[in-house]
Design a protein around this ligand. Structure first.
Ligand SMILES: [Zn+2]
Length: 358
């Protein structure tokens, strides 16, 4: 791994990712995958919280949702010749698969997803993958199963087990001769609201100083941490986050989105260090100044309206979750408790209203 002489960050980072002026992070892959930095504990708080409140494990749902989107995300990284070659040991020698997967796993490590290694691959049959420090086992198992299905053109099922504190084995197994029929997704280009976020960037590699100054990447381990708080982060495809949220709503019904927003608000209120980083007397918008470099969205205005605080965020990675986060940060900063409502009156803009209740 080469590191930038300007900022010390891994060189490929700036090659793969672009920070825009509209509060988004866009991958320079063919699909222009949008990414967002999320705390790993935040993701777990959401999934475990739903699991607890619904009294039902969510891992199989997370896995199922990711299998479809992960396939499309990883597809853009896999050499076409591998996907087009006929099945079988001759066409897909284990060594070629291992080399290709290494490339994909390096990419994932750079995003903070931990380390993965293929240690068994039988074309058309099964594969076993070792995960170390995964940010989420069902998400990575979903990616792996999706890729195996795509490359091998068969239907597969994945299962996993923990073998050590931070090590897991994912087993991917053929279950049918043909892959399941894929839903046809119209890959429309999303139009983002233009913004005027300005970020000072490293002149050598182009990664914003706000990023290199805020996070530390241990590439060998695939672990990304906030350099000041030590909190672990992951850069996650937004489409993965949304696909899981949709799947959970499909399973548990219309109450689910509001429930996840509440979990997000509570997690953020308890975990936010905004009181240490944003001095008293700052403007409301200052509380959300990390949003653009994290790809959360672009905070565009905040107003006081009849005792309520109204905040607009353009291009939120998920309107309800961003509304929950806005509320949680506000609560952490003010030490108050708020009731949150939000609307997406224009596509791609969430307007959040906070009303103090305590
Ligand atoms: Zn640099």
């Amino acid at each position: 791994m080469r590191y930038c002489k300007g900022c010390g960050f891994p060189v490929p980072y700036g090659k793969f990712l672009a920070w825009t002026s509209d509060g988004t992070i866009i991958g320079r892959d063919a699909a222009r995958t949008r990414l967002v930095y999320i705390e790993v504990d935040e993701l777990r708080a959401l999934y475990d919280g739903v699991s607890r409140l619904m009294n039902s494990p969510v891992d199989p749902l997370v896995y199922r949702a990711e299998k479809e989107v992960g396939k499309r995300f990883i597809k853009t990284l896999i050499p076409a010749f591998l996907a087009k070659a006929p099945r079988g040991k001759l066409a897909r020698p284990e060594a070629a698969i291992k080399a290709t997967s290494k490339y994909v796993f390096n990419y994932m490590a750079g995003l903070g997803m931990g380390r993965a290694e293929v240690y068994e691959y039988h074309s058309g049959e099964h594969s076993r993958v070792l995960l170390t420090d995964p940010h989420s086992v069902p998400l990575i198992a979903g990616d792996g199963a999706g890729v195996f299905e795509f490359v091998e053109r068969i239907g597969v099922q994945a299962g996993w087990q923990r073998i050590k504190a931070a090590e897991y084995i994912v087993t991917i197994q053929r279950v049918s001769e043909e892959p399941p029929v894929e839903e046809e997704f119209a890959l429309e280009e999303i139009q983002y609201h233009p913004g005027n976020v300005q970020m000072e960037k490293c002149p050598r590699c182009g990664v914003p100083i706000a990023v290199t100054g805020s996070i530390y990447l241990n590439f060998e381990k695939g672990i990304l941490r906030h350099s000041k708080t030590g909190v672990r982060l992951v850069a996650m495809p937004v489409e993965s986050f949304n696909a899981v949220a949709r799947e959970l709503t499909r399973e548990f019904g219309a109450a689910l989105p509001g429930l996840m927003e509440g979990l997000e608000q509570k997690y953020t209120r308890d975990a936010s260090n905004v009181r240490e980083t944003v001095p008293p007397g700052s403007s409301i918008l200052d509380m959300f100044r990390d949003f653009p470099w994290m790809g959360t969205g672009n905070p565009v205005w905040a107003n006081l309206e009849g005792g309520k605080v109204v905040i607009a965020i353009d291009n939120p990675f998920h309107p309800g979750i961003v509304a929950g986060r806005v509320a949680g940060i506000y609560e952490a900063w003010t030490g108050s408790v708020v009731r949150t409502t939000w609307i997406e009156d224009v596509p791609g803009r969430v307007t959040v209203t906070l009303e103090r209740v305590a």
